[in-house]
Design a protein around this ligand. Structure first.
Ligand code: IPE
Ligand code: IPE
Ligand code: MG
Length: 242
């Protein structure tokens, strides 16, 4: 899809994946506790989803909590989970107006029961909405996702519902948490880090990467447009020649 933005004709990526990073440093710079940064970060997710939908993006997949983030202090983990709770609750109040669809990827078995209930309720309330599809990666790790997929595949082979000869790339895709999503066109990572930190390793095979020093709580519509402009400057070859 193409859109004219500030007088410039731009191709809008259908699916943007985001590693939202730098909440802690943003808070530290202000002499505030890390969880203050996470609170601000959650607000930014809300705003950016609005902007992305408005610009014509169809899917946003945001990395909110990794399988490795449990290593942080109990205080910080509890703080993040509480912010998430509040975020999901407030989402319920405006999900119809916003027409967003909200879903979660990752291993949900380690999440608190009430958070799992909220996730199911939100999905149920929003699954027929026609706006942006927001996927939140929660207790998500790509290696964990692939491991869980392989385990289920092996069980299906053992039970006879799948044969080894049938397994192709499409089969693997269908066992991943992201089975219903197209691969991301653009990955954005904020805060200056240039690594994947176990995010969507399979899905990002041909994605364009955009790194910015901006800390996530400061990321705004202007920055999003900058990332889309960068994306427009790339030539996607998928292994071929152009
Ligand atoms: C990203 O911000 C949010 C999560 C990983 C939950 P960080 O908390 O990693 O912020 P920095 O990297 O310490 O600044
Ligand atoms: C990646 O950020 C995970 C999320 C954004 C949820 P981290 O801050 O945890 O990643 P590292 O530790 O810098 O690689
Ligand atoms: Mg970080």
């Amino acid at each position: 899809m193409e859109r004219e933005i500030n007088g410039e004709r731009l191709t809008i990526p259908q699916h943007i994946a985001v590693i939202l990073d730098g909440n802690g440093r943003w808070a530290k710079k202000r002499g505030m506790p890390r969880n203050y940064g996470h609170m601000q970060g959650a607000k930014t997710v809300e705003k950016i989803c609005e902007d992305a939908g408005d610009l014509g993006v169809k899917y946003m997949t945001v990395y909110a909590f990794s399988t490795e983030n449990w290593k942080r202090s109990e205080e910080e983990v509890n703080g993040i989970m509480n912010i998430l709770r509040q975020y999901l609750i407030s989402f319920k109040t405006h999900i119809k107006r916003d027409q967003l669809t909200v879903r979660v990827i990752g291993d949900r078995t380690k999440l608190a029961d009430d958070i799992n209930v909220l996730i199911d309720e939100l999905w149920e309330m929003s699954k027929d909405n026609e706006g942006l599809v927001l996927t939140i990666a929660l207790n998500y790790g790509s290696r964990d996702e692939i491991t869980r997929a392989v385990r289920r595949m092996a069980a299906d082979i053992q039970s006879g519902s799948l044969s080894p000869e049938q397994v192709d790339e499409q089969t693997v895709h269908s066992y991943l948490d992201t089975a219903d999503l197209p691969d991301p066109d653009l990955l954005i990572r904020t805060s200056g880090e240039q690594r994947l930190s176990n995010y969507l390793l399979w899905q990002l095979a041909y994605t364009e990467f955009y790194f910015t020093d901006v800390l996530w709580p400061d990321f705004d519509r202007r920055e999003l447009i900058r990332a889309i402009q960068y994306y427009n400057g790339r030539e996607r070859r998928y292994g071929g020649v152009k």
